[in-house]
Structure formats: C-alpha cells, structure tokens
Design a protein around this ligand. Sequence first.
Ligand code: BV8
Length: 252
Amino acid sequence: MDDPAGTLQPLRQRVCAARHIVVLTGAGMSAESGIPTFRDALTGMWANVDPMQLASEAGFRANPARVWAWYAERRHGVRAAQPNAGHRALGDFARRLPGRLTVVTQNVDDLHQRAGNTDAIRLHGDILQDRWLDSCPRTMRGSTCDTAFAEPGDPPICAECGNRVRPGVVWFGEALPLDALTAAEQAADACDLMLVVGTSGAVWPAAGLAARARHAGAHVAIVNPEPSDIDADAHQLVRGTAAGVLPPLFAA
Ligand code: BV8
C-alpha cells in the first residue's frame, strides 16, 4: 500500500511532528513474516485449540509434552521468519531518530529486535528463552542451575530434582513482568502519538494501553485490516496491514 490517495498524509504529519511515539504491536505485526496470528479465523493458531490448554501453567502441567511440542513448532517458525517491511520501517526510524520511538510488543518473537528495535518492551516474554517451571533446590542453594544443563527431554528436566524447563513466555493467569508493564505504562502516559498495530485487543492488561495513552492526551491510531476490540479507544482507524502502512508512515 503506497498510499496513492494520500489518506495517510495527516497521520504521516503526526509521525513527523511527534516528540515521543509509542507503537503497540500484536500478532498481526508478524503475520506478513509468515508467523500465524492467534485468532484470525483462517490462519489463527487458536482457531481449533483452546489457548488455555496450551498457553497456561495448568495446561503445561497437565500435558507437558503436548505444550512443549507446540512451542517447539512455533520456535522453529520464528527462527525461519524474517522481519517484514513494517518491522524494518520501525527499526530504521529508531536508528535515524534515537529516543523518539518506543515499541511495546505483545509478541514473543524477536522480529522487532532483529529489525533494530533492540529495546522493544516485551510484555509477554520471549519464546526463544527457557526458564525453570519451579524453583530448583540447587538454585535455592545459590548454585546456578542453568536450564542449559537440563537433561534432554520433552520438555528437558533437571536430573537432580525433576524440575521441568518451560518457555520464557507469560502464560494466561501469570502476571506480566513488572518492569516491562511499568515501562509500557510510563511510555503510554508520556507519548503524544500511539499507533496500535496488528492486535485484536482481546488480551489484558496490554489491551488497556491504548485507552491509557488517549486518557493521557495522545493521539491514538489503530492499524489493522479488521475491526478490533479496542477500536473505540482510537481517534483514527487505518484499515491496512503493518507491512503496507508503516513504511509510508515512518519513511525518512
Ligand atoms: C494477567 C504469550 C493477572 C504466550 C500471551 C483484565 C485485566 C487483567 C487480566 C485480565 C483481564 N481480563 C481477563 C484477563 C485475563 C487474561 C486475558 O486477557 N484473557 C483474555 C483472553 C480475556 N490476561 C492474562 O492472563 C494476563 N495475565 O492478567 O495476570 C495476574 C496479576 C498478578 C498475579 C497473577 C496474575 C497474561 C496475558 C498474556 C498471555 N500470553 N502470549 C504465547 O504466546 O504462547 S497472549 C497472546 O495472545 C499474545 O501474546 C497476544 O497478546 C495475544 C494475541 O493477541 P493479538 O496479538 O492481538 O493476536 P490476535 O490473533 O488476537 O489478533 C491479530 C490481529 O492482527 C487481528 O486483529 C488481525 O485483524 C490483525 N492482523 C492480521 N494480519 C495483519 C493484522 N494487522 C496488521 N497487519 C497484518 N498483516
């Protein structure tokens, strides 16, 4: 989408004039990199499985191998994916104008970071990282019990205590990392422009950041080919895709 009708021009002018821009992203940001979203009817990962069974501690404890296999498949897809033109537009902007843009992402892939937004705030963790499911006696004794030393398995386990390795993501029912959530809220309070890109706005507390930014006085625009649960929080709805809309908005 190279905006022949100039419909993006007013928003482009806001991008150029803004002191501090927050871009809040969801799975749609990575869709054009080939990473499936969660809720899209055709491609959504959760179209035919219950996310609570796969993305929750209870689901993992009930069937560790099943959940571990689901994450292994998703990790493979993330490693094979490349940042798309939308990721690159944001990364290039951050390099040109340091400090002007804060990316806050719900995504657990590393495409923003690989595109140059190395300080992107990760609300829901990192699918390429592991951590222990429970605290391991060795860790409590102060010795390092790095998951890298776990015995191979589906999932890997601690040879000494049987503790399982789990993906370093935030599951449903788990608190978001306080430092990430606090940084995201402070960015929403301080920005004068928030773009919400590629999220259905279904998952909280991330979904509340758009209303928070609006309440703090920011202009809020949503970039999404479809309606979302938080459209009412926006001043402006741009019906387009991340890779189609972000390059003309953030071009040099
Ligand atoms: C918590 C990591 C409390 C795992 C994920 C109110 C307040 C607080 C909590 C709640 C609340 N109400 C309910 C809750 C509980 C729950 C929740 O929100 N439930 C929902 C389902 C109702 N929230 C939680 O459990 C959170 N924790 O609140 O803890 C607490 C406090 C203290 C102590 C203990 C506990 C934790 C939520 C995090 C869950 N983890 N991910 C993993 O990935 O495996 S969520 C996961 O789903 C993603 O990270 C993402 O956040 C979400 C999916 O949403 P989207 O990214 O929006 O993706 P989706 O597919 O839905 O939509 C894609 C969009 O893209 C669509 O709109 C589509 O049109 C668009 N699109 C498609 N293509 C493109 C595009 N857009 C642009 N361009 C394109 N090309």
